[in-house]
Design a binder for this molecule. Structure first.
Ligand SMILES: Nc1nc2c(c(=O)[nH]1)N[C@H]1C(S)=C(S)[C@@H](COP(=O)(O)OP(=O)(O)OC[C@H]3O[C@@H](n4cnc5c(=O)[nH]c(N)nc54)[C@H](O)[C@@H]3O)O[C@H]1N2
Ligand SMILES: Nc1nc2c(c(=O)[nH]1)N[C@H]1C(S)=C(S)[C@@H](COP(=O)(O)OP(=O)(O)OC[C@H]3O[C@@H](n4cnc5c(=O)[nH]c(N)nc54)[C@H](O)[C@@H]3O)O[C@H]1N2
Ligand code: SF4
Ligand SMILES: [Mo]
Length: 739
């Protein structure tokens, strides 16, 4: 077919962050030449950020891998898919002689942004049968899953602030003006916050740094890193102390209230104020404001999860929302219901627990069938039965993203075999023996399984591929299907269609049972040109708003979403209690014993002597963890990888703007340029993560020219939140000195 240069428009959900904005793509020939916000999108209404606008440059990146790479005599060279998969089969088979657990998997963040990740990673992990499953969740939100698991019986039942209807929002450790929001999908988060102010509401930001979000807020409360659990416990204390607890309609669904009151006794605002650096009267007033608001929500993110008390803090966020009657009510914190989800009959569930197995070396508990990535290097380096000898990474860059990454870097170099599914040869994948590159995002269909379940409005949209496959490329679902068939010992040559049909069959078997109709009849009704589309169609039709395979003709289906390229609005969030609860008691178990048992540790921290300098992270609007520094438009301008130091501290340390500072922690040290700014509070220094692109063997020429330093050389893999296994990335004790 002759190449065409005709210009057309395609609509597509941006896959780059959690905000799920609608993009309008201009396509000339077989190239996406322009991207802007889709004005007609039901959720984002035309909003776009610099990353979304740079989507065409990202797709066209000449450094992006387009063929599989195979290591031959030490060097990586391009090969065909069959040769690559044959090498994977051989490498995994050899490792498996050390037992199933000898093969580990690391799942990076973009897995929650792709349909392949949402649909095919689970089957792969099950086929491998390994307990060595790691992911970016344990450098991110695992504490929130644990908290939700215990409170509601479902680790994925995460309430989101009802941004568009709240009167008072308290954000802790979140900076949506840069991040565009997380565990709270809200395109144009900043615009929604401004709208909150315009309708007479307020938002407060609790953060050691005066971020852009804090600057726009009605009030910024600087806090000593790692002490939010103390602050929130003091709010809980005050609510009880001043008789401000009002459960409202939640009362009949909550157990454990008195136990929470007892635990909070030790955390009077006057006891924690010094430690938090927040005055006690301000804490008391915060409790009163939350209690008095007609609708309020407390929301915590990275700065509340990636800390030593991550689970306690995540739990306390929800406890405050419950005690003020704001959970599950409009304008409070609510449970979204996405189109692919189903509601269930209310009643007791199985409950939630962790530690069904533990890691071999450090005995850290399993959570949600995974182990903490903070112990991956231990499992690779420590000899003995069950030692990890092979690794599969999928959409991850743990060498930059996880704690004590220099040690992990060395550990990866010692593996017998490693295969990576990734479009880049970067700091992690340079260790792989085989790299399998997925097509660029414009050539994959897109539906947000993860983020539509965390959205501040119930919406649904599906974007079909905007461009046909490139020659000799393999869809990421097919890559994962072939890997799964290898893991299941069906061989490198097995037809991925075998797995696609198997998965669809499983979903339809469920549907057949639910609807009381034969699976074959339903199979004939399934729409979709691609395997992922057929799976999505089945899930949508069976979902909460689905057409039930024709029984509810105006319900949702893939066809319906294809007819609505700007998305379908399913309305504001609705109360979901008690249907959402899956605890053994069928109630919100407000004081789960494992969480209560961790409170003694917090009491000790309350009385700990003041510490020296601590390090926190930060994000920039034009970044996306470690992997978008290869797009010129996103790295241009002044160096963003600087150490922020408060002016008073700079004077004390003898540091001037632009000087090089040496920052050292228990595990490592870096030398980095200093930025003197009152944005950070005294005693707290800040370095962004995702940089450090100056290692040999990568293929990211733009990033290499803007290397920065890797902040995770400083973070300590020994420091984890014990309940979730999440590593501590904020509040790292460091020494700072002129270099
Ligand atoms: N110090 C510090 N460290 C942090 C954080 C912090 O705040 N401070 N934040 C943490 C957080 S929240 C997270 S989520 C982690 C992220 O940790 P990771 O997920 O390990 O790292 P990313 O930088 O997101 O790397 C994503 C990888 O996916 C690849 N990729 C991109 N698109 C696709 C695709 O469509 N398919 C496939 N197969 N691959 C793709 C990229 O090339 C890149 O290699 O970092 C964590 N690390
Ligand atoms: N532009 C951009 N957007 C992104 C990403 C990105 O890398 N770049 N990454 C995406 C990912 S994977 C995620 S998980 C989200 C994260 O989304 P957010 O959590 O909103 O992002 P951060 O900018 O890391 O905000 C964390 C804030 O916590 C503060 N903080 C640090 N320690 C503490 C503490 O102890 N207490 C309190 N109260 N605050 C503290 C930091 O100063 C920082 O301002 O962003 C997503 N969006
Ligand atoms: S905010 Fe997120 S989803 Fe929206 S355009 Fe930017 S990167 Fe894409
Ligand atoms: Mo994340």
């Amino acid at each position: 077919m002759a190449a065409t240069t005709a210009t057309r428009t395609a609509y597509r959900t941006c896959p780059l962050c959690e905000a799920t904005c609608g993009l309008t793509l201009t396509i000339t020939g077989d190239q996406v030449t322009h991207a802007r916000g889709d004005r007609d999108h039901v959720f984002s209404h035309g909003f776009v950020c610099p990353k979304g606008a740079a989507f065409p440059q990202l797709l066209a990146d000449p450094d992006r891998l387009r063929r599989p790479l195979l290591r031959v005599d030490g060097a990586l060279r391009e090969v065909g898919w069959d040769e690559a998969f044959a090498a994977v089969e051989a490498g995994l088979a050899a490792a498996r002689s050390g037992g199933r657990d000898a093969i580990a998997v690391y799942l990076g963040n973009p897995n929650v942004h792709t349909m392949a990740g949402g649909l095919y990673v689970g089957p792969l992990v099950r086929a491998l049968g390994t307990r060595n499953v790691y992911s970016a969740s344990t450098v991110d939100q695992m504490p929130k899953h644990v908290s939700s698991g215990y409170l509601y019986g479902d680790p994925n039942a995460i309430p989101v602030p009802d941004l568009d209807r709240t009167d008072l929002l308290v954000l802790l450790g979140a900076n949506p003006f840069e991040s565009n929001g997380s565990l709270c999908t809200a395109p144009d988060f900043p615009g929604r916050l401004r709208a909150l102010q315009a309708r007479g509401g307020r938002f407060l930001v609790v953060d050691p740094r005066r971020t852009r979000t804090a600057t726009a807020a009605d009030e910024h409360l600087p806090i000593r890193p790692g002490t939010d659990a103390l602050l929130l416990f003091a709010v809980v204390h005050t609510l009880f102390d001043e008789d401000l607890v009002r459960l409202g309609r939640l009362a009949e669904h909550v157990t454990g209230l008195d136990d929470v009151r007892d635990l909070a006794a030790a955390f009077a605002p006057e006891r924690v104020a010094d430690r938090c650096a927040v005055p006690a009267p301000r804490i008391r007033r915060l409790a009163r404001e939350l209690a008095a608001a007609s609708a309020a929500a407390v929301y915590g993110r990275i700065g509340t999860c990636t800390v030593a008390f991550g689970t306690l803090t995540s739990w306390l966020v929800d406890v405050v929302n419950v005690l003020t009657g704001n959970l599950d009510r409009p304008g409070g914190a609510m449970f979204p219901l996405a189109a692919h989800q189903r509601t269930r009959a209310p009643g007791p569930g199985k409950g939630f627990r962790t530690g069904r197995w533990t890691s071999r070396v450090r005995s850290l508990p399993e959570v949600k069938s995974e182990l903490p990535v903070a112990t991956l290097a231990d499992e690779i380096e420590t000899p003995g039965e069950g030692q990890v000898r092979a690794l599969i990474t999928i959409a991850g860059n743990p060498v930059l993203s996880t704690a004590n990454s220099r040690r992990l870097d060395r550990a990866l170099a010692s593996l017998d075999f490693m295969v990576s599914i990734d479009p880049y040869l970067n700091e992690t994948t340079r260790h792989a023996d085989v790299v399998l590159p997925p097509p660029d995002a414009a050539r994959a269909g897109h539906y947000d399984f993860a983020f539509l379940s965390l959205a501040v409005r119930n919406v649904a949209s599906y974007s079909p591929p905007a461009l046909p496959p490139e020659p000799d490329s393999l869809d990421e679902c097919d890559i994962l299907a072939r890997l799964t068939l290898i893991a299941a010992r069906r061989g490198a040559g097995a037809d991925p269609a075998e797995l696609h049909e198997h998965l669809l069959g499983q979903t339809l078997a469920d549907a057949a049972e639910m609807l009381g109709r034969p699976a074959a009849e339903l199979r004939a009704l399934v729409a979709g040109d691609r395997p992922a589309e057929r799976l999505l169609d089945a899930r949508l039709r069976l979902g909460a708003y689905g057409d039930q395979f024709g029984a509810r003709p105006d319900g949702l289906s893939l066809t319906r979403l294809l007819d609505h390229p700007h998305g379908v609005d399913l309305g504001p969030l609705q109360p979901r209690l008690p249907e959402v609860l899956r605890t053994a008691s069928g109630t919100i178990e407000l004081c789960p014993p494992p969480i209560a048992a961790d409170v003694a540790r917090l009491r000790d921290a309350r009385d700990a002597p003041p510490d020296g300098f601590v390090l926190v992270g930060r994000r920039h609007l034009r970044s996306n963890n470690s992997w978008m520094h290869n797009v010129p438009a996103l790295v241009k301008g002044r160096d963003r990888c600087t150490l922020q130091v408060h002016p008073e501290d700079a004077t004390k340390l003898g540091l001037a703007p632009g000087d090089a500072a040496r920052v050292s922690s228990r595990v490592g040290s870096v030398v980095v340029p200093v930025e003197v700014t009152a944005e950070t509070m005294p005693g707290v220094v800040s370095l962004p993560h995702g940089w450090g692109h100056d290692v040999p063997g990568t293929r990211q020429s733009v990033a290499r020219a803007h290397p920065g330093v890797n902040s995770n050389v400083l973070t300590d893999e020994a420091a984890v939140d014990p309940l979730s296994g999440n590593v501590v990335l904020n509040g790292i004790p460091v020494r700072v000195e002129p270099a």
